[in-house]
Design a binder for this molecule. Structure first.
Ligand code: NAP
Ligand code: GDD
Length: 335
């Protein structure tokens, strides 16, 4: 008999890739989405799977509503992807990040415990938990030092998931995922600002405005990472696993790769990048894009996921960047 999954955060980047993958494996997929005055299905539409998912009203700040959604959908597996996931915004709205990303997870767990504690639960933990840690690369053994309201809320969610597993013997696990991007990435995140920004620069000439160009990230592709989520929920035992590529690049290097891919000869003057052919500005910075506390380096060691789950990634940073740039060139073609 086919399995049933309830995915919170179905309208987000990971939600659409996970739903596509689960549907391909024969799952019945319920998508939890919060009420909105307009449709937020652009990702699912682009993937052509909007009609294959059954939707339930689900806001993770309202427990009665989560409980009803679980009673109605009777899932075998719950993937809790719902979050206010933009780190920078969590400094502006710290309470909201705490309610959604922290307490929201508790409410989903508690609803599962009340309705059917045999439902398997996946929590979207984050490499942001490592924050200011001095250790690199970071593995399941590395200690956490979160440094944003987002990361602190995710730390609570991480430990409450483990607590429910230990206290109630639930199959609850956390994937500690490093940055993963895709053509479906939200437009505020730096890789998408670059891929969309360069398409608009080619079309209309306005420069891309960024913040800290020296931040180092371990960027993978969401398509690879949602496979790891499913492997975790289908492992013999619920455990925590790091998913990462192990390769690190700065924001500046991601820009250089993008320009090279498009054969745009760029040169840097401090934090501004220009077109060698005509000195036209391509990238500049503005302090509004800096954060009160910054995570300088995230580099993941996913040896455990590779050896125990057989997980691996198909994309590297170059094929990820190409996928994103090509998608935005299609969306924003030159006239
Ligand atoms: P995303 O694109 O920002 O999607 C977040 C989803 O959560 C959206 O569907 C959003 O719905 C939903 N949501 C927000 N507030 C909600 C609420 N109160 N109730 C129910 N749903 C709510 O994020 P993502 O990149 O797919 O990431 C998925 C999860 O993985 C998040 O928990 C994120 O923190 C975590 N994570 C992501 C990465 C990464 O690099 N992408 C790495 C580690 C962990 P709306 O469309 O209504 O806003
Ligand atoms: N967003 C953004 N915009 N980031 C910029 C910019 C800019 O203009 N300029 C430089 N950056 C730097 C940020 O300061 C950060 O160091 C890095 O680029 C990556 O920023 P984001 O793409 O916003 O992602 P993130 O690393 O903060 O968070 C993402 O990854 C986490 C996992 O490590 C999100 O997906 C989180 O939800 C996720 O948990």
């Amino acid at each position: 008999m086919s399995k049933t999954a309830l995915v919170t955060g179905i309208t987000g980047q990971d939600g659409c890739y996970l739903a596509k993958s689960l549907l391909e494996k024969g799952y019945k997929v319920y998508g939890g989405q919060r009420r909105s005055t307009s449709s937020k299905h652009w990702r699912l539409d682009e993937m052509g799977i909007t009609g294959d998912i059954e939707y339930v009203e689900l806001d993770v700040v309202d427990q009665a509503n989560i409980r009803r959604a679980i009673e109605k959908t009777k899932p075998d597996e719950v993937y809790n992807l719902a979050a206010q996931s933009f780190v920078a915004l969590s400094f502006e709205q710290p309470e909201l990040a705490t309610l959604v990303d922290g307490f929201g997870t508790l409410k989903v767990l508690e609803s599962i415990r009340q309705v059917n504690p045999r439902i398997k639960f996946y929590q979207a933990s984050s490499s942001e938990l490592y924050g200011k840690t001095q250790e690199a690369p970071q593995s399941e053994q590395t200690s956490f030092h979160p440094c944003s309201p987002y990361a602190v809320a995710k730390l609570y969610a991480h430990w409450i998931t483990i607590n429910y597993r230990e206290a109630y013997d639930m199959f609850a696990c956390c994937g500690i995922l490093f940055n993963h991007e895709s053509p479906m990435r939200g437009e505020n995140f730096v890789t998408r600002k670059i891929s969309k920004g360069i398409a608009l620069w080619l079309r209309e000439g306005q420069p891309i405005v960024l913040g800290n160009l020296e931040a180092k990230r371990d960027w993978g592709h969401a398509e690879d990472f949602v496979e790891g989520m499913q492997l975790m929920l289908n492992a013999d035992q619920p455990q925590e696993y790091v998913l990462a590529t192990g390769k690190v690049h700065t924001v500046r290097q991601f820009i250089d790769k993008t320009l090279a891919y498009l054969s745009i000869p760029g040169y840097w003057k401090n934090d501004e990048c220009f077109d060698k052919r005509n000195d036209k500005l391509i990238v500049t910075t503005d302090k509004s894009n800096l954060r009160p506390a910054e995570v300088g380096l995230l580099a993941g060691d996913s040896t455990k996921a590779k050896t125990e789950l057989g997980w691996n990634h198909k994309y590297d940073v170059d094929s990820l960047m190409a996928d994103m740039v090509e998608a935005d060139l299609r969306r924003y073609p030159r006239p």
